[in-house]
Design a protein around this ligand. Structure first.
Ligand SMILES: [Zn+2]
Length: 141
């Protein structure tokens, strides 16, 4: 027998979300299908365990509050300049100044990113050129 129709309803049955007819239909099936009755029993057991966990109060590990306070004391204060903030502000200002390049599909890319990619590519090309020149110089004629 294909029990998938009833299995799909057991969760709703446990939650009390089935109507009168669906409930009667499922209960009729459960009266002779041991597999679905076992599924219902397991689901009810899991639900009961979860309900118990919901009332369990967990204590923080020892020293948790002290570690949080120490970490918070190390955090920069609002408005305090840090290297990350200075660099971030500079990049934001650069982004505002240079704008964005439209791409197909309505997307855009910041101009500063394109400049960054270009500088990285130029650095790679310079290194490749240096490597090739040095290889030519070392090569015996
Ligand atoms: Zn069944």
């Amino acid at each position: 027998m294909d029990c998938s129709y009833f299995r799909a309803r057991i969760n709703h049955y446990v939650d009390g979300e089935l109507g009168y007819l669906e409930t009667a239909e499922l209960q009729g099936h459960l009266s002779f299908c041991a597999d679905c009755a076992e599924e219902l029993a397991q689901m009810s057991e899991v639900r009961g365990a979860m309900a118990t966990w919901g009332r369990t109060e967990l204590a923080p590990p020892p020293g948790f509050a002290e570690r949080v306070a120490a970490a918070a004391a190390l955090e920069p204060k609002p408005g305090e300049a840090t290297v990350g903030r200075v660099v971030g502000d500079a990049l934001d200002a650069l982004d505002d100044t240079l704008g964005r390049i439209p791409l197909p599909g309505g997307r855009t890319i910041p101009v500063k990113n394109v400049l960054g990619y270009g500088l990285a590519a130029a650095a790679v090309l310079i290194q490749v050129e240096r490597y090739l020149r040095r290889a030519r110089e070392l090569k015996p004629l």
